[in-house]
Design a protein around this ligand. Structure first.
Ligand code: UFG
Length: 329
């Protein structure tokens, strides 16, 4: 069965391409390569360089007999979205609208969508469940919520079906060490800590030490990218099997502070990582932890790689083998 993967050259998309192949699907990647990496995609996978907003997608869907779409292509940096919202509305909202409409015109029925915990903003209660209040505090989260709304309306009115997966903190790398996280600029905690371990950065700055948490630093729910990828495959199988449209959280259900991450990285790497303590980063909620009971109950999802030490050791393997990311391949 042929599945179109938009943004398949990106971090989570490229791991999902591998999971799809492993599960017997045939992924076809559409990416405009504005941020993705061509060598993150296996050489035998068909790759079409195209923007999701381009109406030529309709022909791609028809010509390749596409049965479902996994939609990863998006800008995904919270900070950037608050400085340059225009590209977030254009690429994420307008681009997704054009893709969803192209799918309707080509008769493609099923969508698995990359959403985010950022749709919840600052939660009133943790763990966060899918019915928690949706009040994004940044443009990135708002654009993802708008796309969820579009999918909902298309589903209830035109009859297509979708699963939106609200990721918490995606981290780690494929255990082969062949693909991993390579953003430019990098803003995420785990890759920054590991780049510091490699000596590429003089120190890691902890953003805020006065949060209302056990050690004063922010708590997040880190989920291995391989476990995220397997959830996408389950979601597509569910839709193809006649499942109704749904939204699921995707996290490990465990919270770790910034200090926990640095301590675990020191243990995994055996390197004394220099730390500086700085001010809070604007817009950071204190604690984000997911309840993923829904996806476990309904899709039988079972995260197998999301122990913190495994997340960090798999990420470390990627960073050590490719200190300059995909430029090394
Ligand atoms: N942090 C530091 N120092 C750094 C970088 C991050 O202390 O140099 C801290 C942050 O303040 C935060 C934690 O590490 O407390 C994790 O930060 P990340 O930037 O790695 O991830 P976020 O939790 O900010 O963001 C992630 C995703 C977003 C998504 C969001 C949902 O990357 O796409 O979760 O809340 F929107």
């Amino acid at each position: 069965m042929n599945i179109l993967v938009t943004g398949g050259a990106g971090y989570i998309g490229s791991h999902t391409v591998r999971a799809l192949i492993h599960a017997g699907f045939t992924p076809i990647v559409v990416d405009n390569f504005s941020r993705g990496h061509r060598n993150a995609i296996p050489s035998d996978v068909k790759v079409i360089e195209l923007d999701i907003a381009n109406p030529k997608i309709i022909n791609v869907l028809r010509d390749n007999n596409i049965k479902g779409i996994m939609h990863f292509a998006a800008h995904s940096q919270v900070g950037e979205s608050m400085i340059n919202p225009s590209i977030y509305y254009e690429n994420n909202v307008v681009g997704s609208y054009r893709l969803i409409e192209s799918a309707r015109q080509a008769g493609v029925q099923h969508f698995v969508f990359s959403s985010t915990a950022a749709v919840y903003g600052e939660p009133e209660v943790v763990p966060i469940v899918e019915t928690s209040k949706l009040q994004p505090t940044n443009v990135y989260g708002r654009t993802k919520l708008m796309i969820e709304d579009m999918l909902h309306d298309y589903s209830s009115i035109y009859g297509s079906t979708y699963v939106a997966l609200r990721y918490f903190n995606a981290a780690g790398a494929d255990e082969s060490g062949e693909i991993g996280e390579d953003h430019s600029p990098e803003t995420h905690l785990i890759p920054l800590v590991l780049e510091t371990a490699l000596g590429k950065r003089p120190h890691i700055t902890v953003f805020g030490t006065d949060y209302d948490t056990i050690d004063g630093t922010c708590i997040r729910d880190y989920i291995h990218v391989t476990d995220l990828a397997s959830a996408h495959v389950l979601a597509m199988n569910y839709l193809v099997g006649g499942g109704e449209s749904r939204v699921f959280n995707l996290g490990s259900g465990n919270g770790f502070s910034v200090k926990d991450i640095i301590d675990t990285a020191k243990n995994v790497t055996g390197i004394n990582i220099p730390v500086e303590y700085g001010e809070r980063r604007k817009g950071d909620p204190s604690t984000l932890i997911a309840s993923s009971d829904c996806i476990k109950d309904i899709l039988g999802w079972n995260p197998k790689h999301s122990e913190l030490s495994q997340i960090i050791s798999d990420a470390w393997r990627w960073h050590r083998l490719h200190p300059s990311g995909y430029d090394d391949i």
